[in-house]
Write a protein that binds this ligand. Structure first.
Ligand code: FES
Ligand SMILES: [Fe+2]
Length: 349
């Protein structure tokens, strides 16, 4: 099976089409409820790369708006805060927590100034457990449709998301097209060669792959030797499988084996050959700190190894040397499914 054309990993027109047809209408993880505290609390974030503002209104209803002023486009809110209104730092247009424009200095001198048409642009927002998701397209199908069976699958595999507490956030940038980052995540063919610690913990050759709805999932069992030999961290309390999901296009949801743990986060294209993202780590309250530290060191090491791999693919694939690559239909089945999803969205009218 051929890969997508390598030109799609550097072409600005493809990148523009992906932003419009994939990211603008997809649900993304945008943060967690612990970032909000009472009416008027708000935090800035990104949805598919677009600046987004998430807040609790006066009735503590969760709302989201594009975080861009309707006057001349400056970013409205740049750090978490709690206020009764949203005031633009440039010329002081003031919006209510419902997004409506309440005041615009000197606008009364304008003949055709319609405050009613200049409210903040709303986005869809929803939650699952402590996680907040948003979609900048108000007409897109709802969060339940996008998540599909992911909540059930996560619970069946031993993680109660309602028990989790936020532990920390890590942001990153990659010198690579976003698809290369996702594709690297979707196969463990590279693990034996490149992740020596990871393959001591999980048995990638016996992992189950699954595509259901927008969910592209890997369920590798714990490596049998990890219970007896010196594993990179203690997996002895483990449920017998790890779970690593992509929710198309680019939300990662990872549970390593061992005690309950989660990292979740979005990534998005900032340019044809650059990707940004972050992930939030969660653990149940009371999880042993020493265990957390060991597991995080392990996980960060795997992440650092992947960064090198992904950026090397970009340098080769996007160089123009070759037109496309060749996928292994079984081992890289999730990449095949992912690339089909990209193709369909870019080719539909
Ligand atoms: S850009 Fe916001 S008030 Fe001018
Ligand atoms: Fe990897």
């Amino acid at each position: 099976m051929e890969t997508l054309p390598y030109s799609w990993y550097a072409d600005p027109e493809v990148a523009t089409a992906e932003r419009e047809r994939i990211f603008r209408c997809s649900w993304q993880y945008v943060g967690h409820l612990g970032e909000l505290d009472g009416p008027g609390s708000m935090f800035p974030t990104r949805v598919g790369g677009l600046p987004l503002l998430v807040l609790l209104d006066r009735d503590e209803e969760l709302r989201a708006f594009l975080n861009v002023c309707r006057h001349r486009g400056t970013m409205l809110v740049n750090e978490p805060q709690r206020r009764g209104t949203i005031q633009c730092p440039y010329h002081a247009w003031t919006y209510g927590l419902d997004g409506s424009l309440r005041a615009a200095p000197r606008s009364k001198e304008e003949p055709d100034f319609d405050m009613g048409c200049l409210g903040l642009v709303p986005a869809q927002v929803g939650t699952w457990g402590p996680f907040v998701f948003a979609n900048s397209e108000m007409d897109a199908p709802g969060l339940d449709v996008a998540l599909g069976d992911l909540p059930e699958v996560v619970a069946e595999n031993g993680l109660d998301v309602h028990s989790l507490r936020f532990h920390g956030r890590r942001a990153y940038e990659l010198k690579a097209n976003w698809k290369i980052a996702v594709e690297n995540y979707l196969e463990c063919y590279h693990c034996q060669v490149n992740h020596p610690a990871f393959v001591k913990v999980i048995d990638e050759q016996r992992q189950k792959l699954e595509v259901v709805g927008l969910r592209l999932s890997q369920f590798p069992p714990v490596h049998p030797d990890a219970y007896t030999d010196a594993a990179p961290y203690d997996v002895s309390d483990s449920v017998p499988t790890a779970q690593y999901h992509i929710l198309f296009p680019a939300m990662k949801f990872n549970m390593n084996p061992g005690r309950p743990n989660l990292s979740i986060g979005p990534l998005w294209p900032v340019a044809p050959e650059r990707t940004a993202g972050w992930y939030d780590r969660f653990f149940p309250e009371g999880t042993d700190e020493a265990w957390i530290e060991q597991m995080v060191v392990f996980d960060n090491q795997v992440g650092a190894e992947d960064t090198g791999l992904v950026e090397a693919v970009q340098r080769g694939a996007a160089s123009g040397a070759l037109e496309h690559g060749r996928l292994l239909t079984r081992t890289e089945a999730l990449i095949g499914a992912f690339q089909d999803m990209v193709r369909v969205r870019l080719s539909s009218p």
